[in-house]
Design a protein around this ligand. Structure first.
Ligand SMILES: Nc1ncnc2c1ncn2[C@@H]1O[C@H](COP(=O)(O)OP(=O)(O)OP(=O)(O)O)[C@@H](O)[C@H]1O
Ligand SMILES: [Mg+2]
Length: 264
């Protein structure tokens, strides 16, 4: 018999009974899911459902997390994970008054400081700029770039240090359909050439069709953890959006053993 436990874990993320409290409110309710390695998993759900909170828990910046949360074989937030995860927050985190290359050089120095690392940093910066196809714009001020190009600068920052897991919080928000398509193509290229794992949030359901797997969320709960195809088949829907609405309605239906209020 093969001993599978001897090989590296095939899951980039494993959550069990994952619960998060923000302020006094529970915003994630005992979630169980896994994110497979080397694939693009979409985290979809309406505004306020808990996508950013879940991502923050995975990258280790969220307080009041309980349950099990394992990331690349370590507990979430473990110091060794820092360079293995690239994270792009929902708010833009690059500087308008620096060029693309200066931005990258700044973040590379934060990630990998010291004079001895200067050559390696320069290599990483040049590679990350090439990865997002911005070589010809490397010396342009970020403030003078288009929305799609700015998104790619943020992505380049996350790619510094060649992380195994990329956590991207709504990277395509505000972009036109052509730019969104190009950015998704770029995610696929990076996933297939590097074997990197992507967890990408969106509240635009048509982006779901571009993912290998989906986590569908609503009100801090998971409605589904499946492939887009399986979701459509299971719900008899033509699109993931329809499937999502179907699952919302299903979740609303009273359970057979639920006690109901007697009419007055
Ligand atoms: N600092 C906070 N204190 C208390 N509650 C918070 C705090 N930050 C967020 N929340 C609540 O936690 C819930 C989840 O928020 P979160 O930002 O994770 O949602 P989201 O799915 O990322 O939404 P969006 O699509 O708008 O980015 C929301 O109901 C929000 O009101
Ligand atoms: Mg969010």
């Amino acid at each position: 018999m093969m001993n599978y436990s001897a090989s590296p874990p095939e899951r980039a993320v494993r959550a069990q009974d994952l619960t998060v409290v923000r302020g006094t409110r529970k915003v994630l309710h005992a979630l169980d899911f896994t994110v497979p390695r080397g694939q693009i998993t979409g985290l979809l759900g309406p505004s306020g459902c808990g996508k950013s909170t879940l991502m923050r828990a995975i990258v280790g910046t969220q307080a009041k997390v309980t349950g099990t949360l394992e990331v690349l074989g370590q507990p979430a937030g473990h110091a060794t994970l820092r360079s293995r995860i690239g994270y792009v927050t929902q708010a833009p985190s690059v500087y308008d008054d620096l060029t693309v290359r200066q931005n990258l050089a700044y973040f590379a120095a934060v990630l990998d400081p010291g004079r001895a690392a200067a050559d390696r940093r320069q290599e990483n910066v040049t590679r990350a700029i090439a990865d997002v196809d911005l070589t010809t714009r490397a010396d342009a001020l970020v403030g003078n770039l288009s929305g799609g190009q700015r998104s790619r600068v943020s992505l380049a920052v996350a790619l510094l240090g060649a992380p195994e897991l990329l956590v991207l919080d709504e990277p395509t928000v505000g972009l036109d359909p052509v730019l969104r398509r190009d950015l998704w193509a770029l995610f696929h290229t990076i996933a297939s050439t590097r074997g990197a794992t992507f967890l990408i949030s969106s509240h635009v359901m048509d982006e779901a069709e571009r993912c290998h797997r989906l986590l569908l969320m609503r009100d801090g709960e998971l409605l589904a953890d499946d492939t887009p195809d399986a979701l459509r088949t299971r719900t008899g829907a033509e699109t993931v959006e329809e499937a999502f609405l179907h699952l919302v309605d299903e979740a609303k239906k009273p359970q057979p053993n639920t006690k109901r209020k007697q009419p007055q």
